[in-house]
Ligand binder design. Sequence first.
Ligand SMILES: Cc1ncc(COP(=O)(O)O)c(C=O)c1O
Length: 391
Amino acid sequence: MRKVYLDHNATTPVHPEVKQAVAPYLSEMFGNPSSIHWAGRDVRKAVEDARQEIASFFVCQPLEIVLTSSGTESDNLALKGVAFRKGNAGKHIVTSAVEHPAVMNTCRFLEAQGFRVTYVPVNRYGIVEPESVRKAIEKDTILVSIMYANNETGCIMPIEEIGCIAREAEILMHTDAVQATGKIPIDWKSFPVDLLTFSGHKINGLKGAGGLIVRKGIELEAVLHGGHQERGRRGGTENVVGIVGMGKAFSLLRTGMEEEVRETRRLRDRFEKALFDRIPELVLNGHPAERLPNTVNISFRFVEGEALLLNLDMMGIACSSGSACTSGSLEASPILMAMGADPTDAQGALRFSLGMGNTDEDIDYSVDAVEAVVGKLRAMSPIYPREAKVR
Ligand SMILES: Cc1ncc(COP(=O)(O)O)c(C=O)c1O
């Protein structure tokens, strides 16, 4: 059976050159980068070279990068690090209603610690409007945290405008750029943001490596207390394999990102157009244009997204639905609900996210499969209007 991977926003395949680059660090290059003897020195150099690669990609200083285990850890470090360091100056944080759980649940934790959080709503396209952020800012706001691009819809937030609002108010600005990294060019020098989260496994690196860019001069409370690694900002022996892999992934992006974005967008647009041309009663979730080039989220009306996902899985196609199974019933995606989507439509939503390795043949196969499965499920659906054409 053909296998088609259309879930790159969940994770990406490891680039062959990444695999090659990390191989020595799984064998002879095993030293601890903190050791000052020969076994540690070369490994330290590899970690610092990787940091330099990442810094060159973002055009930031290597020392501004804190290497972590994941996007989740970086989000935790940004939010808790600011909250616990600046808690005396203020107890209020502004974020959005569509953040990833790594930000959302950290905010809930901080609320339990006595902080107040405003969850700014999004418009019907799933985009945070800068004016809503401006209105949410209070006298004691210490941090604004708004994601750069949403993982479910791919919607791109006006981060530069929001960052300028935070700057004007002299409030720190964090953005979770886990999904945006490698798809939207970022120039840290002119970017009005103080803290930026990225993750290695979303850019064809390895799982278990991520980072937080912290603008020079900003002090954070550490979340992981331990040794002096990462200049005391994150204790723990570095995940050398993950970091070397992430450095390689960033160096590949520096030369290949433009072409990769162009090709992914071409395939995504072809996929999206074919689905809308051939299947009736579809709703595009998210903004038609202000969206990552690889993501399309569609509600297949009169069909349950989960049933569609499982049927496509049986045909070798991997994609994702934002709904969660709670106590045996399906809950529609909170992201789509925050956008004001019809709850039944939201339950019929699927996210397809493309990336390295996808081909025109994958798209042809997937469009045929989706059309066939939607037709089958609608034919069995008691809610599908019979006068509509069953396909
Ligand atoms: C927007 C966003 N933030 C954070 C994360 C968490 O990243 P990681 O899997 O590296 O912990 C993800 C992962 O899906 C994400 O999409």
